[in-house]
Design a protein around this ligand. Structure first.
Ligand SMILES: O=C(O)CCC(=O)C(=O)O
Length: 273
């Protein structure tokens, strides 16, 4: 078990666990696992999922992933993480810590409040300008930034999930810092004729890259960071845009525009969501 003093308190609830609480109350491996796994790796040049090992599976097209290597320089990475570490990291689920810059949202009740939201952090201004020069992200207007801190001493991970699509829009944009990792994309029940079990596609994320998930990779395939893929400290920043309901012509356009004005003032400090 990790040293609680050294790595902080646990933020796990329900079935989520980390190395801190697993030793304390015996919660371990309660998550549902899927049998019969098919393993693929993502080839960013060919945009194909390629079978791993000597299986009989064929490669298949894997649309909806855009990778930008060396999106930030080494100096920028050092500066970004130093700035984040000046702010408080709050304990989150599965051994992660987090910092939120965004509105206060109750996804179950579909309610949003500005709360203490004061905008994205100043340091993100030039990064958002840079990412939106890529044609895929030309219309990307982030309204939320969430920084996550993963540490092998806490057994940090994030379980397979789909991001909300009531509030959040088409593109999920993440900058990967401090170490290489693997984003695992999965379908619980297989794909095409492989309907017998879970299918996984491993997307390698080099340190300092930016990744965009959109289309099928955003809406159909779950994404996860598994504990085994955190070998040393990893920090990431995920940027989210608004869904159609909150932009021009949508029924909550006014609220969306108010949120965007605040977000893009780049005056933000982390909020206690
Ligand atoms: O750590 C990552 O790259 C993914 C984060 C994520 O999936 C999330 O914040 O919902």
């Amino acid at each position: 078990m990790a040293d609680e003093q050294e790595v902080g308190k646990c933020g796990c609830k329900g079935i989520r666990t980390c190395l801190i609480c697993e030793g304390n109350d015996g919660k371990y491996n309660l998550l549902k696992t899927h049998t019969l796994k098919y393993d693929f790796r993502y080839d960013p040049e060919l945009k194909l999922a390629v079978p791993v090992g000597d299986g009989v599976q064929e490669p298949f097209p894997f649309p909806g992933v855009f990778l930008w290597e060396n999106f930030v320089t080494e100096d920028e990475e050092t500066e970004m993480v130093a700035k984040m570490d000046q702010d408080v990291w709050r304990e989150s689920q599965s051994g992660r810590r987090k910092q939120d810059f965004g509105p206060k949202v109750n996804f179950k009740k579909q309610r949003i409040r500005l709360g203490g939201f004061s905008g994205l952090p100043a340091a993100s201004h030039k990064l958002v300008d840079r990412m939106t020069r890529e044609p895929l992200l030309a219309g990307f207007r982030p309204v939320e930034q969430c920084n996550l801190d993963y540490d092998p001493k806490r057994g940090s991970a994030i379980d397979p999930h789909l991001d909300d699509s009531w509030l959040w829009g088409e593109h999920l944009v993440t900058i990967n810092l401090l170490s290489d990792t693997v984003l695992t994309m999965s379908l619980d029940k297989g794909w095409g004729d492989m309907d017998q079990g879970e299918v996984r596609v491993a997307v390698n994320l080099p340190r300092r890259c930016l990744i965009v998930l959109y289309g099928e990779a955003r809406h159909r395939w779950k994404h996860a960071i598994h504990r085994k893929d955190i070998q040393s400290r990893r920090v990431c920043s995920t940027f989210r845009e608004l869904s159609a309901e909150f932009i021009k012509g949508g029924k909550q356009e006014r609220l969306g525009s108010e949120l965007l004005d605040v977000a893009l003032s780049f005056n933000g400090v982390p909020i206690n969501n």
